[in-house]
Design a protein around this ligand. Structure first.
Ligand code: GRF
Length: 200
């Protein structure tokens, strides 16, 4: 049952949804509740995770010209307070961000401003980090703006790069040691603010 006191969260996903799972499993997310999962493709495993957790979900193809309009309608219909992009490959326009009006946050698997922006998604991020020879990488949670990975930084966590890392091993370690902790913590911070402001 949905708790009316909690901030209502919608999570946008495109793939495996391990960050969604971290949010679902988190003990830290006390002031927020995921009430909607939106995927941009029907085969995203994240949808199965939503179903297992009995969270409403829907698929809206990003190929549709009215993707943003449909997404906005869904967010409004579900009274969503804030949006988390968790492994979502789409980019939202400034108009969408303004019209939604609530906070939108994203998790990115590097220490922004390194290895971010256009083309830096999935394994590409970790491949670029290894090619650059950095000894530390990590993850960043940031507000979504109309600049890709360019919104205000909320939280970051560093992860050591090992000499024998591959993009796959580095991706896994950054998820385990940084992303799955950072995202629920940041979501709780925002949910708490929303709930406190509401009760003022
Ligand atoms: C994560 O590394 C996330 O930071 C990035 O895409 C990956 C998706 O992972 N944006 P998942 O779908 O949450 O498992």
């Amino acid at each position: 049952m949905i708790d009316a006191q909690k901030a209502k969260i919608a999570v946008f996903v495109s793939g495996g949804g391990t960050n969604l799972q971290a949010l679902i499993d988190s003990d830290e997310l006390k002031h927020g509740e995921i009430t909607l999962v939106i995927a941009d493709n029907p085969s995203a495993f994240a949808l199965t995770r939503a179903e297992n957790a009995k969270i409403d979900s829907l698929v809206i193809s990003r190929k549709k010209p009215d993707f943003e309009k449909q997404a906005l309608m869904a967010l409004r219909a579900a009274n969503i307070d804030f949006v988390v992009l968790a492994g979502f490959l789409g980019i939202f326009s400034g108009d969408f961000i303004r019209e939604f009006g609530g906070p939108l946050i994203n998790i990115h698997p590097s220490l922004i401003p390194a290895f971010c922006g256009k083309g830096f998604y999935g394994l590409q991020v970790h491949k670029a980090a290894l090619e650059a020879g950095v000894k530390v990488s990590g993850a960043t949670v940031h507000y979504v703006s109309d600049v890709i990975d360019g919104g205000e930084i909320i939280a970051q966590k560093a992860v050591l790069v090992k000499p024998d890392d591959t993009p796959e091993t580095l991706q896994k370690r950054i998820m385990e040691e940084a992303e799955w902790q950072l995202l629920p913590r940041a979501a709780e911070q925002i949910a708490k603010t929303i709930v406190e402001e509401r009760s003022c």
